[in-house]
Write a protein that binds this ligand. Sequence first.
Ligand code: FE
Ligand code: FE
Ligand code: MG
Length: 166
Amino acid sequence: MGTKGREIVKADIKELLELLNKALADEWLAYYQYWIGSKIVVGPMRDLVASELEEHANEELEHAGMLVDRIIQLGGTPILNPSEWQSKTNCDYEAPTDPFVIPILKQNIKGEQCAIDVYNKIAEKVKGKDPITLHIVYKIMADEVEHEEDLEAIMDDLEAMKKHFK
Ligand code: FE
Ligand code: FE
Ligand code: MG
C-alpha cells in the first residue's frame, strides 16, 4: 500500500489482518456451503432456491476477493492454504447432509447471521481508525443482510404453503 494510505490507518494492523483473514476463511466456507447446496438441494421451489443459493455463492466469492485485496494493501498475506479455512473460521461449515430445502436454508441463514455479527464487530474495531476497511466491511455487511432477508423470505413462502395444505 502507498505510504500515505498506510499512514492514515490508526488500527493495530497485525490484529486487523488476523480479523480480515478469519473473515476470508468464513467467505470461502460460505461460498462452498452455498455452492454445494445449490447443486444438491431438493424439495419445493427447488429451482428458485438453487438459483438464489448459486447467486449468493458468487457474492461470497466476491467478498473473499474484496478481503484479499485489502489484506494485500495493508501489507499482509492472505490465507494461502485451504486447511486454514477450517482452523480460522468464525462461522464454521455445516455439511448439508440433509439436502431438503428447509435444512439447507436454515444452515445458510445461520451462516449469514454469524457473518453479520463478525462484520459488525470488525466495523466497531476500525471505526474512526481505518475508513477504507470500514467502507469494505459495510459493503459486505449490507450484502449479508440482504442474503439473510432473501433466505428468510423463501422460508416464509414455504411456511405459507404448508398452511394452505391443511
Ligand atoms: Fe459474504
Ligand atoms: Fe452472505
Ligand atoms: Mg439474493
